[in-house]
Design a protein around this ligand. Structure first.
Ligand code: NAP
Length: 284
């Protein structure tokens, strides 16, 4: 039976550390504020934003919401991004994705000042990560690395396989694993013989967005398996990309869904906001 990598417990520790950091800044008179840009009323996005703002309140970070109707123009959003970039009271901000009406987020993300890019998704932040410059890191991949590190999973020199190559998860995660000195392979929908490749992994991270696609046949005996996927089940619960019961007999450790990567993603947004506030104050 695989050891459970408990994202809820680790995320709670990170939130406590952030709360301490926020209090230290407050004692120095440095305010900390996260601004959120929400366009449209997609129910999932509205819930995510509410949860993130609740997390902020819990650790003492002020949050401000900039809500727009679904037919907001890119020009209007761009004007706000530029205003938030220049506002010294704003420590960091993010745009809740996806944008309504299939609006391309890239021109907006490209305009975000990297020192305020708490989602770490702007091309400039991505470029800084790629060339090894300090940057705010995308929350989900950073959450995975923090979870592994804080659970004592060694990455240096180990075979890591990432399933998925999105800008949100797979690609930045591959770069972060490289930074930890893992030997990294990235798989995607055109990978041939997926199971043959994933069976090489000592650390297997699955972020394909395909419910239950990874079974025992994909997993090397004793591997550490991280399941990034999130899917709603018929009974209203959550499940991942990994068939947990099957895989837990072969893996040495694995993340549950829910309670694995999800809480870590939320915690890393708070972590990044503290980091951004320190940057603004010249303390980092
Ligand atoms: P995405 O943009 O849809 O990317 C999925 C990636 O998986 C793509 O690179 C795709 O390959 C690859 N893929 C799809 N089917 C595959 C297959 N059969 N074999 C191998 N590779 C395959 O998704 P995402 O935004 O990265 O998210 C992935 C999952 O993580 C989703 O379930 C999402 O809900 C979840 N997620 C969770 C969190 C969290 O906090 N836990 C955060 C973000 C995302 P191609 O590039 O070739 O199409």
């Amino acid at each position: 039976m695989a050891r459970v990598l408990d994202g809820r417990a680790v995320a709670a520790r990170i939130r406590a550390e952030v709360a301490e950091g926020v209090a230290e800044l407050a004692a120095r008179g440095v305010p900390i504020r996260l601004d959120v840009i929400l366009a449209g009323e997609d129910p999932a996005s509205v819930t995510y934003v509410a949860n993130k703002r609740r997390d902020c309140a819990e650790v003492g970070i002020e949050s401000r919401l900039h809500a727009f109707p679904a037919d907001v123009s890119r020009k209007e959003l761009l004007a706000l991004v530029e205003r938030l970039n220049g506002d010294p009271e704003v420590s960091g901000f993010f745009i809740q994705l996806p944008l309504p009406g299939g609006m391309d987020p890239l021109p907006l993300l490209s305009a975000i000042d990297p020192s305020k890019d708490v989602d770490g998704l702007s091309p400039r932040s991505a470029g800084r990560l790629a060339v090894g410059l300090p940057s705010l890191l995308p929350c989900t991949p950073h959450g995975v690395i923090q979870l592994l590190g804080r659970c004592g999973v060694e990455l240096g020199g180990r075979e890591a396989v990432v399933v998925g190559r999105s800008n949100l998860v797979g690609k930045p995660l591959a770069l972060l694993l490289l930074r930890e000195n893992a030997t990294v392979t990235v798989c995607h929908s055109r990978t041939r013989n997926l199971a043959e490749v994933t069976r090489r992994a000592e650390v297997l991270v699955v972020a394909a967005g395909r419910r239950g696609m990874i079974g025992a046949e994909h997993v090397r005996e004793g591997a550490v398996v991280v399941d990034v996927g999130i899917h709603r089940t018929e009974d209203g619960g959550l499940t991942g990309d990994v068939r947990q019961e099957e895989v837990s007999d072969r893996a040495s450790a694995m993340t549950p869904v829910p309670g694995g990567v999800g809480p870590m993603t939320r915690a890393m947004l708070l972590y990044n906001t503290l980091e951004a506030a320190r940057l603004q104050a010249g303390l980092s």
